[in-house]
Design a protein around this ligand. Structure first.
Ligand code: ADP
Ligand code: MG
Length: 282
């Protein structure tokens, strides 16, 4: 063995590079059993890729399989056919590389905001002090420093959801999966949350897969909107949103936003019409 090879350091694991494929959904079908035992697909042969740092919205009518697809990426649901690859590994279950935010905040009601956010890092083996420092930083990022000691029930719905976002980010996931996270909030709060999520995403190095049935929300947030058909869910359009960033609620007033919104609206209308005809007796 030469001296050179002896002193050479081990090859470092390559850092993830911007533009690299981070989520690869390959021909995924997910089916559920009906009462009679019949398997009915909720998601039908769906394929798409998400690159590192992208903000992707899955848009579609209620019941089209958005949550099922997101759950497959999260590792809560196993594909009947196909596979989901995250980074370089096939997903076989949940993992700390993927943080998840649901429509309901699902906080520990007996724990303070700070303890809720520190919980993940504590479970991952961080010291109390380190977990607390991570929590404090994230709580500040979501604008809740003054409520760090509060219990969840004393906070508004929007504030609770900000805690849920901070908690999902606490283990420094590469990917944030969000399932209609602002769906239960009033319109004004939702707008504030959308703008603050965009600012947070710009500060972090996180890939976001965001599920919504709200067209305006999808177009405002996403780099690409994946429009789904009515169940069984398929992707009918991969729409690039070429609106400049940073985006705010003002963005929604522009002509380009309105044109993209219109395009999504027409696709969703066609899908809803098909679904209606499909369920309507002739
Ligand atoms: P979305 O999130 O777009 O509203 P879902 O992914 O929740 O849609 O559901 C898609 C379809 O799969 C629906 O018809 C729903 O009833 C069905 N489904 C979802 N989860 C289950 C389950 N655990 N068992 C049986 N059917 C399910
Ligand atoms: Mg859903």
């Amino acid at each position: 063995m030469s001296i050179i090879s002896m002193i050479r350091k081990p090859v470092p694991v390559p850092l993830r590079e911007a533009g690299e494929v981070e989520i690869d959904v390959r021909d995924v079908t997910i089916a559920f059993e009906r009462d009679g035992g019949e398997l009915v697909p909720a998601v039908d042969r769906v394929s798409f890729q998400v690159r590192r740092g992208e903000f992707i919205c899955l848009l579609g009518p209620s019941g089209c399989g958005k949550s099922t697809l997101l759950n497959a990426v999260a590792g809560f649901e196993t594909p009947y056919e196909g596979e989901v690859v995250v980074g370089t590994k096939v997903v076989t279950g949940p993992g700390p590389d993927r943080g998840v935010v649901f429509q309901q905040p699902r906080l520990f009601p007996w724990k303070s905001v700070r303890a809720n956010v520190a919980h993940g890092p504590r479970m991952a083996g961080k010291s109390r002090a380190d977990a607390g420092a991570i929590a404090d930083e994230l709580i500040e990022m979501v604008g809740l420093s003054r409520s760090a000691k509060a219990l969840p029930h004393t906070l508004s719905g929007g504030m609770q959801q900000r805690v849920a976002i901070a908690r999902a980010l606490a283990n420094r996931p590469n990917i944030l999966l969000m399932d209609e996270p602002f769906g239960a909030l009033d319109a004004q709060t939702r707008t504030v949350m959308q703008e603050s999520l965009l600012r947070l995403w710009a500060q972090l190095d996180t890939t976001i897969l965001f599920v919504t049935h709200d067209i305006d929300e999808a177009v405002l947030l996403a780099d690409r909107v994946l429009v789904m058909s009515a169940g069984p869910g398929r992707i009918v359009r991969d729409l690039a949103v070429d609106l400049p960033r940073p985006r705010t609620i003002e963005t929604t007033l522009g002509a380009r936003f309105q044109a993209l919104r219109r395009e999504c609206l027409d696709l969703i209308r066609q899908q809803s019409q098909k679904a209606f005809e499909g369920t309507h007796d002739a």
